[in-house]
Design a protein around this ligand. Structure first.
Ligand code: AMP
Ligand code: MG
Length: 413
């Protein structure tokens, strides 16, 4: 058996980065910067008020309460026309440029307007309620390094510095193909004896989409070499990464290895992991192909450990692996010490620690326990048994909303 880390290293080393392309921000979510991004100008571009109020010379307010003459009104989007001299103030709105001469803003709550004057109730210090030019980002500063996977806040930052079409690595296309004579579409009206529904295509397609890939659905191919050959050729021509499921174990009908071996290159490994021990990895032309196991839980574990980091690497990401958090087991588990074991677990935080319980049966066909899981509890090679209360690492793959409005707000409708 191949140690998991060896198999992962081998796969990652074979992943060529995708071409770079400038994309509009609206299409950049989930893609990775291909080069550092620098700010073309200061953000904010000019000193401006952080509050609605009056721009003043702070020294004029030292003996507050004081009365100052109001020069003009400056809403956001307009510019002051008059400098603020001694004894003067300018009414200013949040985001409006500071007038020359003023060095602080008195918030409106601390003032009383009286005709063309304003009464300032309390002193302010220089800089109070003022946002300096460049106080968020200075012109020329690197706002994002290369290899950052863009989230919503990154897109906001890029917009603010004028990087409206950042250079990223393009979105990969992932082809997803299920194999097996027994496999039927989810919407098949009825199942004849011996048939099952295709759980893997929706599962793997969603996992690929979750990484940021576009998904090419290649349907189901039976255990037929000619059909598989043409499906794989199409996949390799149209996709950046091909995922198949099924057909890689030791059975006589396991054709993926055979056909890929004829069309391209393939290595077949028995990886020291559970589930998802059988795994085929190869190339069709320049297109990498992952031959995932047929059992849905195995297919997902294999995706998570091989395909996800590989896709992220092709996308140019610097960080490839999901975060892990320490948890505490609620009950004893026994695992194969020869393998890295990925237990399907539910994780609940009790205020001091993540409490980890198996989410159901651990056989590799048990989708119910996978759907009920938040995380894989990862038991390393060399461990045969963990006791209740033992620490275990959690690889969180699903952090959905977990707190109800009633819990958070005491609110019910
Ligand atoms: P295989 O790797 O082809 O030997 O398949 C292993 C197990 O996974 C068998 O029980 C298959 O019926 C099952 N299986 C294969 N493909 C799928 C699929 N797309 N959805 C659900 N189960 C599958
Ligand atoms: Mg099969």
């Amino acid at each position: 058996m191949k140690p998991l880390a060896d198999a992962q290293r081998h796969v990652l080393a074979a992943m060529a980065p995708l071409p770079t392309v400038a994309v509009p921000l609206a299409e950049a979510l989930g893609l990775c910067t291909a080069a550092p991004v620098t700010a073309a100008h200061d953000v904010p571009p000019f000193a401006n008020s952080a509050m609605d109020g009056f721009a003043v010379r702070a020294s004029d307010t030292a003996d507050a309460p004081v009365r100052l003459d109001v020069l003009e009104d400056v809403p956001a989007g307009s510019v002051p026309t008059l400098p603020v001299g001694p004894g003067r103030a300018t009414r200013i709105m949040t985001g409006a440029p500071m007038p020359d001469g003023a060095d602080a803003v008195v918030i409106v709550e601390e003032t009383t307007s009286e005709g063309s004057t304003v009464r300032v109730g309390a002193p302010v210090a220089p800089g109070d309620s003022v946002r300096a030019a460049g106080s968020d980002v200075a012109a020329g500063a690197t706002v994002l390094e290369a290899g950052v996977r863009l989230g919503p806040a990154h897109l906001g930052l890029l917009a603010a510095v004028g990087a409206s079409a950042p250079m990223v690595r393009r979105r990969p296309v992932v082809a997803v193909l299920s194999t097996g004579d027994e496999v039927r579409p989810a919407d098949a009206p009825a199942l004849e004896p011996g048939a099952i529904r295709d759980a893997n295509r929706p599962l793997l397609g969603a996992l690929a989409a979750g990484v940021g890939a576009g998904v090419l659905d290649l349907g189901i191919v039976g255990d037929d070499a000619a059909a598989l050959r043409s499906a794989l050729e199409r996949a390799a021509g149209e996709a950046d990464v091909v995922l198949t499921s099924g057909g890689v174990s030791m059975g006589d009908y396991d054709l993926v290895k055979q056909v890929l071996g004829e069309l391209g290159s393939v290595e077949f490994w028995r990886v020291a992991m559970q589930p998802a021990k059988p795994f085929a990895f190869g190339f069709l032309g320049g297109t990498p192909l992952f031959g995932l196991p047929g059992n849905p839980v195995s297919a997902m574990v294999s995706f998570e450990q091989f395909v996800r980091p590989a896709l992220l690497r092709r996308m140019g990401a610097r960080r490839l692996f999901r975060p892990r958090v320490p948890g505490v087991l609620e009950h004893a588990v026994e695992t194969d010490p020869a393998k890295t074991v990925f237990l399907r677990a539910s994780a609940r935080h009790d205020g001091s620690a993540w409490r980890v319980a198996l989410s159901g049966g651990q056989s590799s066909h048990v989708l119910g326990a996978l759907a009920a899981a938040d995380a894989f509890a990862v038991v390393p090679v060399g461990t045969a048994r963990l006791e209740a209360g033992d620490p275990v690492m959690l690889e969180m793959f699903h952090w959905p909303e977990s707190r109800t409005a009633e819990e958070v707000l005491g609110w019910t409708d």
